[in-house]
Design a protein around this ligand. Sequence first.
Ligand code: SF4
Ligand SMILES: [Zn+2]
Ligand SMILES: [Zn+2]
Length: 310
Amino acid sequence: MQCIKCPHKAIYHHQTLKLCKEHFLEHFEQKVFKTIKKYGLFKQGDKVCIAASGGKDSLAVLYCSMKYCREHKIDFFALAIDEGIAEYRDHTLEDLKYFCKMHEIPLHVLSFKQRFGATLDQIKEKAITQYNKKPCTVCGIFRRTLLNRGARELGATKLATGHNMDDESQSLLMNLLLGNMRHNASLGPMTGLHDNPRFVARVKPLYFMLEKETRLFAFLRKFQVKFNECPNIHLSFRAGVRDQLNTFEERLPGAKSGMINAFLEILPVLKEHYRNEKGFFYCEKCGDACSGKICNACKLEEELCINISS
Ligand code: SF4
Ligand SMILES: [Zn+2]
Ligand SMILES: [Zn+2]
């Protein structure tokens, strides 16, 4: 199988695209840069906070964002969240620290322990048995909150995450299955419905990249990453949806991008519809924007983190 751009052997094949190593790397970066430009994800004058964990997606987004920001003279830094997941996050954070040192990227690390008073490992049993909440639900709420708070405190105007097309198509399908169209209205390359000074705009430079492409990019760029998974992933709803979508993609190559492109056609209408709905409130405890009196993170903190011995 030959590369469609040169006589070299193709190492990547998806639908009609066949690329050698060099042209795959070029294709990946150009597609990410095009997404950043087309959707105005990073602009002159922005201070970009790149959410990083040390996994392949986060190193790929960190690498491409770094390249784009340096080329366009945009200020940026990396922010990591340590959830406190033994034998997993400690290893990926090591990889991240090494990567940031090699590329001279300023890195900040915030932890659940510091900010909420407990690690995920310490509270997950209580979450499951007393509140019927999966570890990923708790982790997702705390991590999103902490990324937003950290980015805001550090003066960022954009928060870039490593979400790729697989993540986005999973979220889209999960929200549909749960009948939660409002959450779908918040998706897209630039997330959120309202401008709010307490909320740093989230952007997804890898929006059009497949998981397998991100994995290959990380491998070919020789990023030092451990391709292991979080030990809690098997408990999540997302893992089941991911497997189903992968089966669809195998039977119908291009299914994920078909879903996402169809979704993007209706997204502006969806955003407009939900933007006109009731607005938001400010949490009585922390002051963050939320849909009720107390935000989800403060509720969880009260339920799970108080009286945890260190
Ligand atoms: S798999 Fe779940 S628990 Fe593990 S890092 Fe992801 S969201 Fe957190
Ligand atoms: Zn080639
Ligand atoms: Zn709150």
